[in-house]
Design a protein around this ligand. Structure first.
Ligand SMILES: CC(C)(COP(=O)(O)OP(=O)(O)OC[C@H]1O[C@@H](n2cnc3c(N)ncnc32)[C@H](O)[C@@H]1OP(=O)(O)O)[C@@H](O)C(=O)NCCC(=O)NCCS
Length: 153
């Protein structure tokens, strides 16, 4: 990642006014996107919802829960035109730091078996595969398995 890009990045809490920009990204990068209601519910429930910006442009967002010393990453997304520049990895490292400061030393997530790009990112960022949830996701041809991943700090 260029120094210029790295220095331009800022993380802040997501707010309801972000949801138009979030949905504009979400609807493009997923075959089965979250709904606006899913994000609104996460905000209302007190999930940790983060936005990453470069010069005030939204480059990505993440949603996670922390409870009983464990964190669960529910959504990690980088806008299409910003992918493959190290932003996903940078966001994950930010979240590792954040969960550590909030009493969690383990981070779990599920990823579609077919999502090889995301799986490559997570493997590179220190996650290990610990299981499979059969038919966890909807897909165009029925259901798709989730791979369960764990990161321990
Ligand atoms: C998956 C996602 C978060 C990755 O973010 P990103 O900013 O593009 O990833 P990075 O640039 O930080 O990639 C870091 C490393 O992960 C791996 N990687 C990331 N995307 C990859 C892809 N599409 N194919 C292969 N490897 C990939 C590479 O090893 C990469 O390092 P390199 O570019 O030096 O080779 C992003 O592509 C995205 O939002 N995708 C759509 C939504 C999604 O699938 N979210 C995850 C759901 S669990």
């Amino acid at each position: 990642m260029s120094t210029q890009l790295k220095q331009s990045l800022q993380f802040r809490r997501m707010v309801a006014a972000d949801l138009d920009a979030v949905m504009a990204i979400e609807n493009v990068i997923y075959t089965h996107p979250w709904t606006r209601g899913n994000f609104a519910d996460s905000l209302a429930a007190g999930s940790h919802c983060w936005v990453m910006e470069s010069n005030a442009v939204m480059t990505g967002y993440a949603v996670l829960n922390i409870a009983a010393g464990e964190a669960h990453l529910l959504n990690l997304s980088i806008a299409g035109s910003w992918q493959r520049r190290g932003l996903g990895r940078t966001f994950l490292f930010y979240l590792y730091d954040f969960i550590g400061k909030n009493g969690a030393d383990v981070l779990f997530l599920e990823v579609r078996e077919s999502n090889l790009g995301a799986r490559a990112l997570y493997a590179q960022a220190g996650f290990r595969e610990i299981g499979t949830r059969r038919g966890y996701y909807p897909s165009y041809i029925g259901r798709e398995d989730a791979i369960v991943l764990e990161y321990k700090s």
